[in-house]
Every structure is written in structure tokens, then in C-alpha cells.
Design a protein around this ligand. Sequence first.
Ligand code: SF4
Ligand code: SF4
Length: 470
Amino acid sequence: MEARANPEIKFDESFRDSISTITAEGKRSWIYPKKPKGKLYNARTWVSIAFLIVFFAMPLIKVNRHPFMLLNVIERKFVLFGIAFFPQDFFLFVLAVLTFVVFIALFTALFGRLWCGWACPQTVFMEMVFRKIEYWIEGDSMKQKALDHREWDTYKASRKITKHSLFFIISFIISNTFLAYIIGFDEWKKIVTDDFSKHQAGLISITAFTGIFYGVYARFREQVCIVVCPYGRLQGVLLDPNSVIVGYDYNRGEPRGKISKSQEQKTGDCIDCHLCVNVCPTGIDIRHGTQLECINCTACIDACNDIMDKTNKPHGLIRYTSENAIKNGIKFKITPRIIGYAIILFVLLGTLVTFLALRSDISTTVLRTPGMLYQKTDDTHISNLFTIQLVNKTFADLPIELKVVEPAGQIKWVGNGILNLKEQSVAESVFFLVIPKSQITKTKTKVKFEIYSNGKKIDVAETSFLGPNI
Ligand code: SF4
Ligand code: SF4
């Protein structure tokens, strides 16, 4: 395809080599983005409402009296979509993380930062909750700036107090929801309804999370995306010239310049109105090309489309596109990189689904007690001492029966043994396995156990039995 790049176009050679929100003196340059409006902003608002409903409702959803989602990192208990995972499922967790990383790489190679602009919790809360409150109380960008520069008086104090009180209340609500994801809704309810002195750790967590969320949304803001978020930092390696970006069509827009009715139009479609810069929540000028700070929020697309309407030009001077589409007119291309990612993702996903499907309801580990040799119980039998650990991954109590199937032998529990395995629990016990001497033909004999519940075989375990040197 013939290249469309215009060799005459020269970019501003003095373009910054530092981030847009830090001044040359290293101070924060506060952003006052103009309130966006337009089709994409409206669509994002609806997506955000859906996100917020799901976010706040999720901890309340239960399946068979148990949370649908639980991310209890403290007790290492995880419930994802109603399925409980234990530390024993660690390999599944590693596989799921690997699959997710490859999915992210593929998704970003194809669609760029679509996630950041539309569904990232940071963007949704910042742009669709806190920023909307700010516009509502303090007005649009110019009014906010004026208010910040105004001397303290009742007007300014009332607005600032109202805004920050609301910010604090919402941060408090987010904090409680966040904690409910970690410890579960029922445990969270105990913290806020029980005697406070019994739940000091929980209350400290709620206070700390509230402080963090308030700090992020009231002050730190876009810096999360620019300097903290690892996904944002990885864009440089995840994107390629064919990835979807929010891009400025410099072939169409340059040379930029004001419209003059009296002269023949010698400039491109960009009238240099700076609206795309004014609405940007990270304070960048997208006309300089793809930049680290761009979270693909689409505010500049809406702003520019509005100007195009006013200047009778077609929409899309700033649009969802790719570097390759702007430069060479190539709309979409499946690259070897995308094919490679897709193949790896397919293999990983297949493996993960297979392991999940084959995952048993319980996990059994039987180990010979370390440091113990065999014991002679009488002239015809010898025994070994074993430790058994059973993990019940289900949400039901399971009656347990342990059988030795190979070689024939007898299990003698030390104590009561494990007769009943409580839901979502780990139980350990010790037993002797007594085997007739006639069955032992070598020093280490393979032993196979079967675990039954209500007459149904639910797991098998193998280990070795130590015998005399024959
Ligand atoms: S909003 Fe559009 S026309 Fe205005 S400066 Fe930005 S790119 Fe140019
Ligand atoms: S450049 Fe446009 S899409 Fe990127 S962050 Fe700024 S307004 Fe959003």
C-alpha cells in the first residue's frame, strides 16, 4: 500500500522529555481538565454505571450461602465465581496468572489501552465519580482554577468542605466494599455491627483504606496512572504500530492553524483550538503522538468531534486508530506477534480449563512420618506410621473413609482419625498401616490409598511403605 505520510510535516522539536504533570522545578502541575461532553463520554458514563453496580453488588452475592467472590489474602482463601481455591491449588493460580498476563499482552497489542479508558476502577472512580462531584460543586475547569486562587472566605470554604466531605464519605464506602471483598460480607458485617473493641484490626483496615482512597482521589489522581500503575508503565513494550490507540491524524490536521474566512484554506483541519488539551485529565497534547500518560479516555475525541461539527469537517481528526493506519493507511493487520500471543494463550487456556475440570473436590497428601523406620507388630506383620492431610475444597461437610487398596493391609488410626471433613477446611491425622510380611518383597513398597465419601471414591493417594532389607 502506498505510504500516505506527509514528509513536509514537522513536529515541534522542543517537545518535552519529562512528564506533563511535573514542572521543571519538580513541583506538581495541577490539572484542571475541562468537563468532557459527547457521545463517547455518555457511553463511558453508562459503562461506568454498570461497573459500579457490579463492583458494589459483588460482595453481597452468595452461592449456596458462600461468597461468589472472596480474595482473602490474609487467610489464603480465594473464591472465584463460586469456586473455592486453597494454597494447595497454587499451581492453578500460577497458570491462571500466566494466562492472564498473555491475555493482557494480546489484548493490548490489539486494542491498546481500551481497558484504562473504559473499565479500569481507577479511571471509573476518578473520572466518573469524584470528578463529576467536583464539577457539580466547584464548576468547570476555569471556575475550579479561580476558586483555588481565591482568598479563603465563606464561599470557598463551603465548597471545599462540601467537596472533601463527599470525597471522604465515598472513600469510606469504597474502603468498606474493598474489605468485604477480602474478608467476606458476613465478616465485614460483624466488624461494623459488633462491639468495636473486638474488631480493632478490621477498624484499622477500614480507616487505612479510607485514607488511601481519599488521598488517591483527592490529591494523587492521574499520578496513579502515570507513575504507579505497572500496566501503564508497560505500554511502551506492549503496544506496536498496529495497536488501537487514541490518535491524532496529523496527515489531515497539519499544518494546524486558525480558520480565516477571508483567505483560501491553506491549513489542515486542526484549528489549534487546544480543546483536546483542555479536556485531557492527564494534561497532554495528543497531537504530539502516543504518550505514556494517555489513558485512552476518549475525552479529546469528543472535544475534537465537537469542533469538527462547528467547522463543518468530518469527525475523526482524533479517533480510535493505529499508528500504521495514520501513517500508511493500513486499517488492521494481523501480525506474527498477535498470532504468537494467540497460540500461547490458546495453549495456556486449554491447560487451565483441563486442570480446572479435573480438579478434585478434596486434596489428599499421605506421607510417611519422617525419621521413622518400620515397626514389627508381631512375627507376621510390620507397620509404618503415616501422616495424612485432607483438604475439603467444597462448601459441604464430607464423611471420610480411608481404604488401602494396594497391597492389602489394615489402617489403625492414632486417636479418632478423620471421620468427618468440615466444609472449606484442612484436617490432619496420623495412622499406622499394618501389612503382612508376606506382602513385602523389597525395602520400599508402593502403597495406594483410596478416599471415599458416602460410598463414592473422591480421591486417591500414593506413597511408599518401608520394609526390612530382604
Ligand atoms: S480539538 Fe481538534 S481542532 Fe482543536 S486543537 Fe485539538 S485536534 Fe486541533
Ligand atoms: S490524550 Fe485524549 S484519550 Fe489520552 S488521556 Fe488525554 S484526553 Fe484522554
